[in-house]
Design a protein around this ligand. Sequence first.
Ligand SMILES: Nc1ncnc2c1ncn2[C@@H]1O[C@H](COP(=O)(O)OP(=O)(O)OP(=O)(O)O)[C@@H](O)[C@H]1O
Length: 471
Amino acid sequence: MTDIDTEAKVYGKNTKYCLTSTTLTVTIGNKKPERIPLYNIIAASYHPSDSQLLKVAYVTRQKKKGPLKLVQLDGQVEGDKAESAGNLAKTTLEWAYKDIKPNRRLKILVNPHGGVGKGVAIFNKHIEPVFRAAGCSLDIVHTRKTGDAYDIAKTLPLIEYDALITVSGDGLVHEVLNGFANHVNPRRALRMPIAPIPTGSGNGLSLNLLGLEDGLDVVAATLNIIKGSPMPVDVFSFTQNGKRTISFMSQALGLMADVDLGTEDLRWMGDSRFMYGLFRGLIKFKPCDVQLSYKAVEQDKRKMFENLNLRLSKRSDYTPEDLDDDTTLPEPKVGSNETEGWTTFSEPLLYMYAGKGPYVARTFMAFPVSLPDDGLIDIAVQSTKNFSRTGVLSSFDGAPKGEIYWNDSLHYIKAEAYRVKPLSKKGYLSIDGESYPFEEFQVEVLPRLATLLSSHGHYKAPFDDTKARSK
Ligand SMILES: Nc1ncnc2c1ncn2[C@@H]1O[C@H](COP(=O)(O)OP(=O)(O)OP(=O)(O)O)[C@@H](O)[C@H]1O
């Protein structure tokens, strides 16, 4: 591919544009050239009958570690550059979108009460202008109460949208997935890509899709919605008292449920509340009285680590035709009395944390070897046997990098299913951060049932074995 060049006047200054297969470089007057990766370009057009304007819209950081911001550059093209400007605009747009359909049609659910209650203001100021600049069509709804997102997803006319977007935290995603699961055509509904914009207090999904650097950047999340590809993900069927719920992120018992649920009053702390809750829970150091059994597929931490690296070298293999004719939700395959091939955890446990997606908060990579579509759930179990309060506390030192995984006292299992029977009456159970009765339940993986938008094709959570090698 050969480079394409043109010139125009931006703010009255001579400006050079040079397009290569990866980058558009713009040099305004004597300023330093700005190299814009094609991924960051959301629109490019040439308007011969509108003052001969060459318009380019992209997102960029003004400071190295600052947030992404929208830039819209309008260049005035002189007559002799009209052809090259038209060519540059057309090719930039083609290359910037490659296999992605531009002008996505989006259903957007904004929770005005998510996080610290700034969802609407953030959406209006930072997010909507980027979608508009990219030419997306927007159907925006402000949720008014719990359950609105569920109802909207349940009755969504699937044909009218390319993706459903939540502007909130993980709670709204949970509602949407359950709404889809109860849609008249649940399988197709769950094929509708979902993507979060992180304005909640728990934004684990966004962190998993975009990584620590971008995971809380609302414009990076917006760009992911404009440019990301559908990525199939496993979700979980959570059954309690005969009722089935879809869980997509985590189930927590013991200390970790206290952290999830016992910190509601601390929402103002943002996601620091998770670490604070952890310290508060550790003071009690109370074992969680349950019987945990699982149908394990892998328990070798080293092997799981190798599988992770193997998966990172590949993108997800999404094919839209991949959908079979069966329109109903898959029935649970694992019976509630099944015991063959099951193991019962025999030690007293401080917590059990099970889920999918490495980060549960910015400060805690709970499932570092989690894969979006391996058909398995990761279960982390901290035993209290030969373990002290200070031991657990120091094991959380490397929590943001997932180092806790390498601790010998942390049992880590990949399973197809598991079940929990409480042995006492009192306790917390958290499902995707929401409180559920502390009663018997079973969880089973539903492989590749839901769909997310991902720019990477895998979770973005760098994890290494430095800690293991230094032991
Ligand atoms: N207008 C509203 N008023 C109050 N609650 C709402 C409204 N709209 C949606 N909700 C509910 O708010 C809950 C919190 O959503 P979400 O988890 O996305 O954000 P969050 O700030 O991270 O919340 P939390 O801190 O509770 O996890 C969801 O259960 C959702 O149904």
